[in-house]
Design a protein around this ligand. Structure first.
Ligand SMILES: *Cc1c(COP(=O)(O)O)cnc(C)c1O
Length: 372
């Protein structure tokens, strides 16, 4: 049986007609840059998240970059973030000439450990960027409290966690900014690159909107140096269609996670010490990934591969040990939980269209590996 890590064709088959109609509308209108589809997308996304404002942008990476730019963060500034995340979280900080400051993660949620943040604060700290990894929000309470006390901006990297909740509030609405990605493998993916920034603050939303078009307002007058960070109307059209299905897909992801939890426990794989499953600690988990921590991770991965099961290692090398960040001076062992997660975690297929038979095959195959 073939079980890919992600099966976008299976999803497309369920929405083909709707997507084709929406895309055709854009072509018929020939309105490709901003316009009604982007506006509709921004309003629907803000409503979905419970945010006051959403600004459509060119990618999740650019969402992070734009939020930092809107705060004027640059050389001499420090931004605290997680070393165990996709590169863009820290890359966006470094691109602006600011310094990423890494704080180790909580080993259960894989998110920034709030207890460790205070010790790295300096007079140069401008922002905290918690990352809501794999579909679960970071422990925002203490992070927001610290940010408030120290007058810091909070930028939520919510690229993997649209619809996740913390104390009943959705990702992207607790911090100063929320950054989202429509990369195709995210829970709400477009047909290419796209993203959005949410904020509760009207002045910040307006500035994001201006920075997105070269800092231009009115036309050909530039108050700030911005860039071309626009969300394409075609991408917005696709995202508008998919947003209507997001809750169904999220429920399917959660049901698949519950199925894995049960099957892995029944098979004696979790609880035995071989494998530790994911735990939803901070609220509604939307399972962009189902992450296990596995003894003999690499051998398990190779074994599953032979049986037609796709898995992935997110992320094999934490950011503080990346070559491009050598100048920051971190050494192996500096952030041990992040390094251990990088060595031990594995993502299993969790996409909404995964069938019961496929999930059973994954667990049977894992049982066979640990029995051998
Ligand atoms: C995907 C992702 C990004 C970047 O989004 P793009 O749309 O690919 O630029 C940033 N941060 C995290 C945590 C992500 O998963």
């Amino acid at each position: 049986m073939n079980v890919p890590l992600l099966d976008l064709k299976a999803q497309y088959a369920t929405i083909r007609g709707e997507v084709e109609a929406a895309v055709r509308e854009v072509f018929e209108s020939q309105y490709f840059i901003l316009g009604p589809k982007v506006k509709e997308c921004e309003e629907a996304l803000a409503a979905y998240c419970g945010a006051a404002h959403a600004v459509g942008v060119s990618s999740g990476t650019d969402a992070l970059l734009l939020a930092l730019m809107a705060e004027g963060i640059g050389p001499g500034d420090e931004v605290i973030t997680s070393p165990y995340t996709f590169f863009a979280s820290a890359g966006s900080v470094a691109r602006l000439g600011a310094k990423p400051v890494f704080v180790d993660i909580d080993p259960v949620t894989y998110n920034l450990d709030p207890a460790r943040v205070e010790s790295v604060l300096t007079p140069r700290t401008r922002a905290i960027m918690p990352v809501h990894l794999y579909g679960q929000m970071a422990d925002m309470g203490p992070i927001l409290e610290l940010a408030r006390r120290r007058g810091l901006v909070t930028i939520e990297d919510a690229c993997q966690s649209i619809g996740a909740e913390y104390e009943g509030r959705r990702a992207g609405t607790l911090g100063t900014y929320g950054c989202f990605s429509f990369f195709p493998s995210k829970n709400l993916g477009g047909a290419g690159d796209g993203g959005a920034v949410t904020t509760q603050d009207a002045a910040r939303a307006a500035k994001l909107g201006v920075l997105r078009v070269h800092g231009m307002e009115p036309k050909y007058y530039h108050r700030w140096v911005g860039g071309n960070f626009r969300l394409d109307a075609l991408q917005a059209a696709v995202v508008n269609v998919k947003l209507r299905h997001l809750d169904d897909w999220t429920r399917a992801r959660q049901a698949n996670a519950a199925r894995y939890n049960l099957l892995l426990r029944e098979a004696g794989i979790t609880g035995s010490g071989d494998v530790i499953g994911p735990r939803a600690i901070t609220g509604r988990h939307v399972f962009n990934q189902y992450i296990i921590r596995a003894a003999r991770r690499d051998a398990l991965r190779a074994f599953l591969q032979q049986r037609g099961i796709g898995t992935e290692v997110y992320y094999p090398l934490p950011l503080h040990l990346q070559e491009c960040f050598a100048y920051l001076g971190y050494r192996q062992g500096a952030l041990p939980e992040s390094e251990r997660a990088a060595a031990e975690t594995l993502a299993l297929p969790i996409y909404p269209e995964l069938t019961d038979a496929q999930a059973s095959w994954v667990v049977e195959s894992m049982a066979a590996f640990y029995a051998s």
